[in-house]
Design a protein around this ligand. Structure first.
Ligand code: MTE
Length: 294
């Protein structure tokens, strides 16, 4: 498959974007249903300055201010658990083994704001299929780097969550073609505040599932514990599928604020079931009570 350069997106980048350009297949050519929403992109400056990355603080602008300190090169990801050939791969090893694609996805945060982001990455399945997965593996567990010296939020008493940040997917969810590991956005390598150098993006789930700065991926038999479900189990579940019909105990999930949004034009839109990816993913959940499995 031919790799196209990122010309149109690169032109949209502000001069301050200092990350390296990537080569990838453009979303329009990817040929995966749902890979390329045509909604207006959230501008780069909003995508990179309004973030949740508690390792750097809980204010939306903390990650942009403090994440620069994070060393993302060298980087390695340990891949293990129920596989017959566990390995630790450098980021370069991983990138050499996959083809990068652009995916233009809606990102819907559980806090009821959303963005449209042009990611660059590859399906998780492209990585997992390189491993000899044992029959007992039912879930995939992901873990973020734990490095308090560079991640000040990990030392904070007020963070509200425990570290390292951990997340998980059912194995069939992880193998879905829309579930990706992203290494870039807007045509360049990920800014640190967005989860450099490699993060999960699962567009039909609330944003907290999309764990950043991953150092460990494990195949496991039991549903793994996940950070926000550990912190407030009545409020955040394992599944976390975007669902306008099931409210958060403290606020409605029926609508969302699409960024950019201002004081006078809040840009409020209806939230869609599975964040608009029902046609692609609803079948993963047939027979599952989505109210109980929030
Ligand atoms: N991953 C880690 N390690 N730490 C975090 O605090 N926040 C999550 C998710 N991944 C978070 C994380 C939440 S709540 C959201 S909404 C998304 O990252 C935000 O991604 P973005 O900042 O790139 O928009």
């Amino acid at each position: 498959m031919a790799m196209a350069a990122a010309a149109p997106l690169a032109m949209a980048l502000p001069a301050s974007a200092k990350n390296s350009a990537l080569s990838f297949m453009s979303a329009a050519d990817v040929g995966v249903a749902g890979a390329n929403t045509t909604e207006a992109l959230t501008p780069f400056e909003h995508v990179t300055s309004y973030n949740n990355f508690y390792e750097f603080g809980y204010q939306k602008d903390d990650p942009e201010r403090y994440a620069d300190k994070l060393t993302v090169d060298p980087w390695a990801v340990e891949i293990g658990g129920l596989i017959n050939n566990p390995k630790t791969l450098t980021l370069e090893d991983i990138l050499a083994s996959v083809d990068l694609e652009e995916r233009v996805y809606r990102l819907r945060c559980v806090e009821a704001w959303s963005m449209v982001i042009p990611w660059v990455g590859f399906p998780i399945s492209a990585l997992l299929k390189q491993f000899d997965i044992q029959g007992g593996a039912k879930y995939v567990r992901f873990e973020t780097l734990y490095r308090p010296a560079e991640m000040p939020g990990q030392k904070s008493l007020f963070s509200g969550i425990e570290y390292p940040y951990v997340e998980g997917l059912r194995l069939d969810e992880a193998m879905h073609p829309l579930a990706i590991l992203a290494v870039g956005l807007y045509g360049k390598t990920l800014p640190n505040q967005n989860g450099a150098p490699i993060r999960l993006v699962v567009p039909w789930k609330y944003g907290f599932k999309s764990i950043k700065s991953i150092v460990k991926i494990e195949l496991v038999e039991e549903m793994p514990a996940t950070t926000w479900a550990l912190s407030a189990p009545q409020e955040y579940g394992f599944y976390a599928n975007v669902n306008p019909g099931v409210n958060h105990p403290r606020w409605s999930q029926a609508r969302e604020r699409r960024l950019p949004s201002g004081l006078f034009s809040r840009n409020i839109i209806d939230t869609q079931m599975f964040n608009g990816y029902s046609d692609q993913v609803a079948s993963l959940y047939s027979g599952l009570d989505l109210r109980d499995n929030y």
